[in-house]
Design a protein around this ligand. Structure first.
Ligand code: PLP
Length: 797
């Protein structure tokens, strides 16, 4: 047999031969207590004669007959009725499958079909969530938000986007924002980005199960539901784990107060006495997908007579034996004991909902890495014969609902013993609160040290399993091994400056393989158009997230208002200027307005001395700015110094800016001290002037340090260590002393991008970084007159 999730060199097997209630026995006669219900089922307990008799009775009468076309059978009719009785409204019909993954697939297909038949065939996108598990059918696996189910299996189903689920125990994932607000905002932005009229459906587990028993804040699902409904997007709740009593309800949807369009069920439906799933479908969807030629596609065993008879009897047992109440009673009893484990330094959080329990471990005090939970189940089983499971760092407990208090006590004692012993052996308390994110995924405002970042980044970018084709190829001609030799910031100088190679690189080759085969929303921004053909910079969604959260944090620190509309006057499209303004406006609750520029054209005019054309182009841009400023509230303007100068010279526009705008962010070029003072004091006294030294090449820019006097040149601190700066003597390449001018070199190190030693077209004065930040800062940026033999052109941009 091929056993899922079993390494090929493991030859041991545990051959289970008998079960009764929560007890199991293997072929060697060893007894076990089942605290996982196999794979989260066995609700009514193992080895029940009453269910076996129902199966035998049905098999001897009619074991099976097809449910295709007009054929059906009595048990399936009765079961469908029963399910609709138990289900939250507006469920109206049932589609039977052989398991959960098949039911997920069916739901996804029905969702697309629904829109197709209603004349919206473009609605094919599926929104799912990171960490979600939806089985291993291709549709289910594509919706599953765990990379290991995609790696090597691609290409996965196209048009699937994974969103962030709320995980309140990990506030670091939300950059200081409330998790629900973050998730709703992300959902809103995603709908806007893809287009509501292209999205069919969203799928999610009401309570994340395999990911570690994570219940969302109570307003999450109702608000998601409302937002989706307002855009005509359907909702699938995957209740394969949560349906039929595990949470103390027939369906978690009741507990969460949300009415979906589909409910996917399996597992507890038959308690495992027959392999079966059932997809419950709401009335309005049924009206569409079952009409005309009906719904195409069925499973041979869908509506299996014996399976349905067993499921009915199983649900009757659950009612008769009051197992929903038992799940709450025994769950609370067990949960109360396990919750005491939170006192141990190695335990992060214990979560319990009915008989779904997750014990998330904290970080390893020795390594600072998230503590793996993989060692817990074998040790607990070996010591006490109790079976528990784990995901990477959470111990999962999900026993049959018939577990007694006494058995629950045994489970609590066994898990407590093993974890306590481990914690005492380790003794030390972790120094910091639990960090479960790998170094490369930490938020940019809570950075790791440079050596930590380098160790993780070199491993990632140069491991053949995870590195990009570009870097793995490039590594062949390096005379050092980045994984061994690059440990400090100074070691980055070992790298050649590769940015010229980015002018014609295949963008796909820049994506690290470790992201897997699934399609990722990739952005390509141009960089360096002032110095020849632009370079191609690949942006992955995680970089967007990390950067936007960091930017927003800095803007908060500088008192830039939330809720203000933004006006970005700068190149959109291939340059990141426009998209960045748009995302930041969204993130901060404002509406983004954009006036576009074609920087290439503007530069060409400047380079060719066509000043009349430049002037007319500028007037054309200002006209558009005027239309927006006159008719809209705008709190933040994001533009370039030459355009700011043009605004300053336009009496009406300058007056509108002073009246409406609270913050003027200028970026992308340099501004001398006199101009800055003039703007601050005389032209725009009503607005905060905030400088931004941007570079697409390093995936970001940096804001002017706060509190600088008028006679101090703008000083910029990078988001160190992800972006670090050097100022070098252009002739020798050596770092200049503090206070001296030289040419700027930038490094970008993140999971999605590695750009070391990138020589910028600017000169600047080298200064120490702001206290506590580390690294160097730069001040008084000025463009170099020529770069690589080409004149540097600065125009409106
Ligand atoms: C939430 C969820 N959806 C779907 C599935 C897949 O179900 P099956 O393995 O029956 O295909 C599972 C299985 O664990 C699950 O937990």
């Amino acid at each position: 047999m091929i056993h899922p999730h079993l390494p090929g060199d493991v030859t041991d097997r545990i051959v289970m031969v008998e079960g009764s209630g929560c007890r199991l026995r293997d072929a060697h006669g060893r007894e076990y207590l089942d605290a996982t219900g196999g794979l989260l089922l066995a609700h009514v307990g193992h080895g029940r004669r009453d269910l076996a008799e129902v199966a035998a009775g049905q098999m001897t009468k009619l074991e099976y007959y097809s449910s295709f076309h007009e054929f059906t059978n009595e048990p399936s009719i009765r079961l469908a009725e029963k399910l609709i009785d138990l289900a939250p409204s507006p469920m109206e019909r049932v589609y039977f499958t052989s398991g959960g993954g098949e039911a997920v697939d069916a739901a996804l297909r029905m969702a697309r079909l629904y829109h197709h038949r209603r004349g919206e065939p473009e609605r094919t996108w599926i929104l799912a969530r990171n960490f979600g598990y939806h089985g291993v059918s291709y549709g289910g696996a594509a919706a599953t938000g765990m990379p290991m189910f995609h790696q090597g299996f691609g290409p996965m189903l196209p048009n699937v986007r994974h969103l962030t689920p709320p995980m309140p125990f990990h506030p670091e994932m939300y950059g200081g924002e409330d998790p629900t607000e973050f998730c709703l905002r992300e959902l809103r932005e995603t709908i806007e980005e893809i287009g509501a009229d292209r999205i069919a459906v969203m799928i999610g587990e009401p309570i994340l199960g395999v990911a570690g028993v994570i219940e969302p804040p109570s307003d999450y699902w109702p608000r998601v539901r409302e937002l989706l409904a307002s855009h005509g997007i359907l909702l699938i709740l995957d209740e394969v784990i949560t349906a039929f009593g595990r949470t103390g309800h027939w369906f978690a949807a009741e507990r969460l107060g949300v009415a979906p369009d589909f409910v996917v069920t399996a597992k507890g439906l038959t308690s495992g006495y027959f392999p079966m799933g059932a997809l419950l479908v709401a009335d309005r969807v049924v009206d569409v997908v079952a009409r005309d030629e009906g719904f195409i596609g069925g499973y041979t065993y869908g509506g299996h007579a014996t399976g349905c008879a067993v499921a009915l009897a199983n649900l009757e047992i659950m009612e008769r034996e009051n197992l929903l109440a038992a799940a709450v009673d025994v769950g609370d009893h067990l949960g109360a004991q396990l919750r005491r484990l939170e006192e141990l330094p190695i335990v992060g959080q214990v979560r319990q909902i009915g008989l779904m329990i997750g014990i998330e471990l904290a970080q390893d005090p020795d390594t600072g890495e998230p503590l793996s939970a993989g060692w817990v189940p074998p040790l607990v089983r070996e010591r006490s014969g109790i079976i528990v499971r784990n995901n990477p760092n959470t111990v999962l407990v999900s026993p049959p609902l018939v577990m007694s208090h006494d058995e629950a006590d045994q489970v609590a004692a066994a898990v407590t013993d093993v974890l306590t012993e481990y914690a005492t052996r380790k003794r030390k308390r972790p120094a910091a609160p639990a960090v479960v994110l790998p170094v490369l995924d930490t938020p940019w405002d809570r950075p790791p040290s440079m050596p930590e970042l380098l160790a993780a980044a070199m491993e990632w970018h140069f491991d053949p399993k995870t590195g990009s084709r570009f870097w793995l190829e490039r590594a062949k001609s390096l005379d050092f091994d980045p994984r061994k030799d690059v440990r400090t910031e100074a070691d980055l100088e070992l790298f050649p400056n590769v940015v010229d190679e980015l002018r014609d690189v295949r963008v796909e080759d820049l994506v690290p393989r470790g992201y897997g085969d699934r399609r990722i929303a990739l952005d390509v921004y141009e960089s360096g158009g002032t110095t020849g053909a632009p370079k191609r910079i690949a942006w992955l969604p995680d970089l967007h997230d990390q950067l936007n959260s960091w930017h927003s944090q800095v803007l908060d620190d500088r008192g830039v208002p939330h809720g203000a509309n933004w006006l970005t006057i700068g190149p959109s499209g291939p340059h990141m200027f426009g998209p960045m303004g748009r995302t930041l406006a969204h993130r901060r609750g404002g509406i983004p307005f954009t006036v576009d520029l074609d920087p290439r054209w503007a530069k060409k005019c400047a380079a060719e001395g066509r000043s009349e054309e430049s002037r007319r182009y500028l007037a054309h841009v200002l006209d558009q700015v005027g239309e927006i400023l006159r008719s809209q509230d705008v709190g933040v303007v994001f533009t370039t110094p030459p355009l700011l100068e043009a605004l300053a010279g336009h009496e009406e526009l300058a007056e509108l800016v002073n009246r409406k705008v609270r913050t003027l962010i200028w970026g992308g070029a340099s501004m001398d001290l006199d101009t800055r003072t003039l703007f601050r004091k005389e032209v725009f006294p009503g607005a905060q002037l905030l400088g931004f030294y941007g570079s697409t090449m390093v995936g970001a820019g940096m804001y002017e340090r706060a509190g600088l006097a008028d006679d101090e040149p703008p000083t910029f601190d990078p988001p160190y260590p992800f972006v670090s700066l050097r100022v070098v003597d252009p002739d020798t390449g050596k770092t200049v002393p503090y206070g001296e001018r030289g040419q700027v070199v930038m490094n970008h190190i993140s999971r999605s991008m590695l750009i070391p030693n990138n020589l910028e077209r600017d000169t600047a004065v080298r200064l120490p970084g702001a206290p506590g930040l580390g690294g160097d800062a730069v001040a008084d940026i000025r463009p170099v007159p020529t770069f690589g033999g080409t004149a540097v052109v600065e125009g409106v941009y």
